[in-house]
Design a protein around this ligand. Structure first.
Ligand code: PLP
Length: 405
């Protein structure tokens, strides 16, 4: 079939594919435990649901401005003031159909074909594919010290005359690592000095543990004028458990936001008005649900870390935030895709192979399910991989007999 080069080069989203496979197996009645998910299981805030329902009841569901309705932009401005101590104007804000679209249109507005975008590895699966979609070159940077915490010197080494943008995602998907204030201040200063766009993907910034607080990148910026190349991306998906609403946003200089708006206007127009109204209500509404989600995730993280200690061969690094843990399973199998498939086939546990995030031998385990999902899922994985485990395992009524170790 004569597909375009781009059509042929973009990979399937590993995480979305995994969701699909797990859902198909579940529909067939298979007892799948999903430790691969990227969305909290709590309900959307009631304020959001009421606002959406009221609008639906009115029957007036229309197009919106391509950069979002004024009420949502106002809520985002207030959010930016509260969490970033920065007062921006409506022209500095665009609302999109998810943070994913905000990042995509931002990259489209910034990068020419062959220009480079740098991001620390391990990285969110979509960054390389987004760069490829515009013919730009994705440049993942691995820390030479082998940790999940990037260092400026490693990034500096990969900067060329083609480098146009750097994306920083902290706390990070897939590692859960929250980068230090020192690193954030260094990267802000470095990008300002070099005139490189800095995109802060802050989608998990409120989901941090151990008393940590979200880091405000603007604190380190010297240039807060309309020449600033600092862009902050956020959204309602993770913090408010509103993944299906598809609302995210970007805050940046007015020229950039205008260009992003023009692109988005031709791509999808404004996001759905129903979900914009819901997102505004969530941002303006009672915030206790965010704290309760954060506490649940911290507890889940602790339980997961405890359970992983039972493995001889797993190296797990304690996440500072998010709902992911990126653990080294290479002792059991070097090929993470094969290992993930093996776990799904043998014990019906879904996990995402590390290679999808740029690091072979690792698995991304998600803690956004229930405590039972975590404990039972890890028990099944242990049974599948541990030669000393008993030969049989019961999943409900079903008896599994191990015939592979
Ligand atoms: C690092 C990161 N950025 C952005 C997104 C996109 O979020 P949204 O649902 O708002 O498109 C995700 C979703 O998984 C993510 O993990």
């Amino acid at each position: 079939m004569s597909l375009s080069l781009i059509g042929k080069s973009i990979s399937v989203s590993a995480t979305l594919k995994l969701n699909e496979t797990a859902a198909i197996l579940r529909d067939k009645g298979e007892p799948v435990i999903h430790l691969g998910g990227g969305e909290p299981k709590s309900k959307a805030p009631v304020d959001a649901l009421i606002a959406a329902a009221n609008l639906l009841n009115s029957g007036e569901i229309r197009y919106t401005p391509p950069d979002g309705i004024p009420a949502l932009k106002k809520a985002i401005i207030r959010y930016t003031e509260e969490f970033y101590n920065r007062l921006v104007e409506p022209e500095n804000v665009i609302a999109s159909s998810g943070a994913k679209q905000s990042i995509m249109v931002c990259l489209q507005a910034i990068l020419n074909p062959q220009e480079e975008v740098i991001y620390p590895a391990p990285y969110w699966v979509s960054y390389p594919e987004m760069a490829k979609l515009i013919g730009a070159i994705p440049v993942p940077v691995y820390s030479e010290d082998g940790t999940f915490y990037p260092r400026l010197q490693d990034i500096e080494q990969r900067v060329t005359s083609y480098t146009k943008a750097i994306i920083i995602n902290s706390p990070n998907n897939p590692t859960g690592a929250m980068y230090s204030e020192k690193f954030i201040s260094e990267i802000v200063e470095f990008c300002e000095k070099k005139g490189i766009w800095l995109i802060m993907d802050d989608i998990y910034h409120r989901l941090v543990f151990d008393g940590k607080k979200p880091i405000n990148c603007y604190k380190f910026a010297k240039d807060l004028t309309e020449n600033s190349k600092l862009v902050v991306v956020n959204g309602v998906s993770k913090q408010y458990a509103m993944t299906g609403f598809r609302i995210g946003w970007a805050v940046g200089n007015k020229k950039l936001i205008e260009a992003m708006t023009n692109i988005q206007a031709h791509q999808t127009s404004g996001p759905s008005v129903v979900t914009q109204v819901a997102a505004a209500a969530a941002i303006n509404g009672v915030q206790s649900q965010v704290e309760s989600l954060r506490l649940t995730l911290e507890n889940n993280r602790n339980i997961l870390m405890e359970r992983l200690k039972a493995f001889n061969g797993v190296k797990a690094y304690k996440p500072d935030g998010t709902f992911y843990c990126f653990a080294d399973f290479s002792y059991y199998m070097k090929d993470s895709t094969k290992l993930a498939q093996f776990l799904l086939d043998k014990v019906r546990v879904a996990v995402v192979p590390g290679i999808e995030f740029g690091l072979e031998g690792y698995l991304r385990l998600s803690t956004c399910g229930s405590v039972k999902d975590i404990t039972e899922g890890i028990e099944r994985i242990k049974w599948a991989l541990d030669p000393d485990a008993p030969n049989e395992l019961y999943i409900g009524e079903r008896k599994l007999v191990r015939d592979w170790l």
